[in-house]
Write a protein that binds this ligand. Sequence first.
Ligand SMILES: *Cc1c(COP(=O)(O)O)cnc(C)c1O
Length: 359
Amino acid sequence: MSRVYNFSAGPSMLPEEVLKKAADEMLDYQGSGQSVMEMSHRSKVFESIIQGAESLVRELMGVPDNYKVLFLQGGASSQFAMVPLNLMTKNKKADFVLTGQWATKAYKEAARYGEAHVVASSKDKTFSYIPKLDPATFSKDADYFHICMNNTIYGTKYHTLPDTGDVPLVADISSCIMSEPIDVSRFGLLYAGAQKNLGPAGLTLVIIREDLIGHAMEFTPTMFNYQTHSDNGSMFNTPPCYAIYIAKLVMEWVKENGGLQAMKEHNEKKAAILYDFLDQSKLFKGTVVKEDRSLMNVPFVTGDEALDAEFVKQATAAGFVNIKGHRTVGGMRASIYNAMPIEGVEKLVAFMQQFEAAH
Ligand SMILES: *Cc1c(COP(=O)(O)O)cnc(C)c1O
């Protein structure tokens, strides 16, 4: 068996130890005589899985007691609607910073339900930076303020959070969840699709401050009301059982490997190998301003589309897969989430050096 280095933006690599453990437990989960895929979500054995997963989210992320942890479905994209349906209900107004496609989708969806106000945008330079924010331009009476913390497609990230005062800060953390410590108490709501850094597709994690639950718009579908899931321990209907189980294994792996502070150090080391190479390369260059660089998604180009295509082709043949950039940026993108080992990045850089020498 040979496994590739998978630089996909998502779904993405999972830790090999997790896949092996899941394989070992596939036919008989801990003496239950069943796979987790087959068991009732109302069984004692599954209850211990979902409760264990919630405890790990709380422990690893330091979630305060006045926040609920919800295991939902529908992807981060469903949160683009669920957030306004539940939160945009007092003054029917919210603020948005447009730092890429996902942030823009969140804004457009919210604009269907209320007054969505664009505070700043980096669209003028293909989202290659995080705009400087001036709190004087924020809506004082906004029901929430939305950011996309790590911009998966463009490779930027907020290194400091906007100061929104009493306005709840809402963040899409799909592509940076558990990549480093986060102060949950700074946010009203956090959400993430699992398939970047937490587990398989099909699970969406929501962490919401309790006082923001229970104010949904009248016509909100039952399944889109946070209250429904909060009141029922994420078991109003059948949850994505197997995805929750794998996320639990991933979180156990994160914990065994030192938790979020250790993930941060590991991710900084990996990203530095790639960025340091890009900064001195005469062929490849990063597309993002230095101070806003992401630790998770690293886009880069040669400046010549044909050469980019040749690089992607040769890299794929050499076992570095899914490294083609998003169509709106072009070039390449290496997504180096928690599960990407340091050797994966070292070998990629060695391959880039060879390619550079040959071109
Ligand atoms: C991938 C991604 C999404 C979309 O997630 P789905 O689960 O596919 O809906 C949204 N936001 C960010 C930041 C992402 O990286």
